[in-house]
Design a protein. Structure first.
Length: 37
C-alpha cells in the first residue's frame, strides 16, 4: 500500500473441522496488515 504499510492475503483450509470426517472442509480467507515504523 505504501512504504510503511503492507497488506498480505492468506488462505486457511481446514480438513475435517473438529476432527470429524462428517464435517465439510472449511476455507477461511485472511488479510494481514503490517505497519513499519
Amino acid at each position: 500500500v505504501s512504504d510503511n504499510i503492507s497488506v498480505t492475503p492468506g488462505v486457511i483450509w481446514l480438513t475435517s473441522p473438529g476432527q470429524n470426517s462428517d464435517n465439510d472442509d472449511a476455507i477461511i480467507g485472511t488479510l494481514r496488515t503490517t505497519f513499519t515504523f
